[in-house]
Design a protein around this ligand. Structure first.
Ligand SMILES: O=C(O)/C=C/C(=O)CC(=O)C(=O)O
Ligand SMILES: [Mg+2]
Length: 217
């Protein structure tokens, strides 16, 4: 468990819950309406990799997209908790990528099918070092969040622009899925998502967390 400080990396618990379209500019750049409640999906824990591993292109993928996200690591069981109780249930934070096979996702969306295949393939959830919440000196809703591909800035946002802030998200999720210690919540990506290909180097950061670097195999 990350909260026990065994590893400097996040050691993901039983699940990764991801939030979609949580920044209006990102919802709009993909031609989607701004949601009226959080859109949730799950990524398998086998999608999780830490620094040193490579992101693998899923078989047949022609449009693998980067999405940088603030990751929230759960510290205490959350079931039906109120927004005001959320901070007490968080262990800490990390930088995460929600790698997405965008062509596959579009195909699935068109057929009104779930996104799992496009979001949950092996290596689709690169994650950085664990930052205990006590080490984050800034407001979690005022953190710069950015991503570069081969040194070129592609995403540059701020967590203040989340449609549903972390406290509301975790409270909402806890009414549906019980969150357990070590579970990781990906809080959505700001605008600027785009393709990467074999050999590309992705660097990304969230203010207050160590930057990450991953190469696409
Ligand atoms: O609806 C779409 O076309 C795409 C949505 C996403 O990929 C959602 C996210 O994962 C996100 O906003 O972070
Ligand atoms: Mg995402």
């Amino acid at each position: 468990m990350a909260s026990k400080g065994v590893s400097r990396f996040v050691e993901v618990g039983k699940k990764i819950v991801a939030v979609g379209r949580n920044y209006s500019e990102h919802a709009k750049e993909l031609g989607n309406a701004v949601p009226s409640e959080p859109i949730l999906f799950l990524k398998p824990t086998t999608s999780y990799i830490t620094v040193g591993r490579k992101i693998e292109l899923p078989k047949g993928a022609t449009e693998l997209h980067h999405e940088v996200e603030l990751g929230v690591v759960i510290g205490k069981k959350c079931k039906d908790i109120s927004p005001s109780a959320v901070t007490d249930h968080i262990a800490g934070y990390t930088v995460a990528l929600d790698m997405t096979d965008r062509e596959k996702q579009t195909e699935l969306k068109d057929k009104k099918l779930p996104w799992a295949v496009s979001k949950g393939f092996d290596t689709s959830c690169p994650v950085g070092e664990f930052v205990p919440k006590s080490d984050l000196t800034k407001d979690v809703q005022d953190l710069g969040i950015w991503l570069k591909v081969n040194g070129e800035l592609k995403q540059n946002g701020n967590t203040r622009d989340m449609l549903f802030p972390v406290a509301d998200l975790i409270s909402h999720i806890s009414g549906i899925f019980t969150l357990e210690p070590g579970d990781l919540v990906l809080t959505g990506t700001p605008s600027g998502v785009g393709p990467v290909t074999s050999g590309d180097v992705i660097t990304a950061g969230v203010e207050g967390c160590p930057d990450i670097e991953f190469t696409v195999q």
